[in-house]
Design a binder for this molecule. Structure first.
Ligand code: HEC
Length: 143
């Protein structure tokens, strides 16, 4: 094969690969995996989490900008604590310095008052690590 033909073939191959990559469906979001205090891992199931979220929904919406007794949890995964506009937090929550990664949320939701002493979130916590993983997997989709 002559050199120009080689280059042409290589270009076509590269184009075909590019087209295949562009046509591929978007990669599935990474699963939410959290650890409990003993270090065991739990993978969240967003559908089960949506059902469990009804206990949170008394006080929280997942709609952007909709604050209830608690701040909206729209986009909460990855967000800095205490930063929802128009919501009045306690100083404890606002100044916690936390960022709501999946694992920080898991630790918080096990026992909110232990993680943020002085929070006004009147909720005892989700004791089962699988429930926490599920709720966080659901929250991760609310964005
Ligand atoms: C009885 C009402 C109530 C329930 C039930 C409740 N929360 Fe809250 N939550 C609040 C309040 C009030 C705050 C604000 C706390 C503060 O400012 O001290 C809050 C704060 C939070 C925060 C911090 C938000 C931020 O922007 O920093 C997260 C995360 C959260 N709640 C998640 C949950 C989840 C998940 C559940 C269910 C498992 C839940 N909450 C159940 C009332 C509630």
């Amino acid at each position: 094969m002559r050199v120009p033909a080689l280059i042409a073939t290589a270009t076509l191959l590269a184009l075909a690969q590019f087209a295949a990559a562009a046509a591929a469906p978007p990669a599935a979001p990474a699963p939410v995996v959290i650890k409990d205090a003993a270090g065991a891992s739990y993978t969240g199931d967003a559908e089960a989490g949506q059902k469990k979220f009804t206990v949170c929904a008394v006080c929280h919406s997942v709609k952007q900008g909709e604050n209830k007794i608690g701040p909206t949890l729209f986009g909460v995964v990855g967000r800095k604590a205490g930063t929802v506009a128009g919501y009045t937090y306690t100083a404890a929550n606002k100044n916690s310095g936390l960022t709501w990664t999946a694992q920080v949320l898991a630790d918080y939701l096990e026992n909110p008052k232990l993680k943020i002493p002085g929070t006004k979130m009147a909720y005892a916590g989700l004791r089962k690590p699988q429930d926490r993983a599920n709720v966080i997997a659901y929250l991760a989709k609310q964005k």
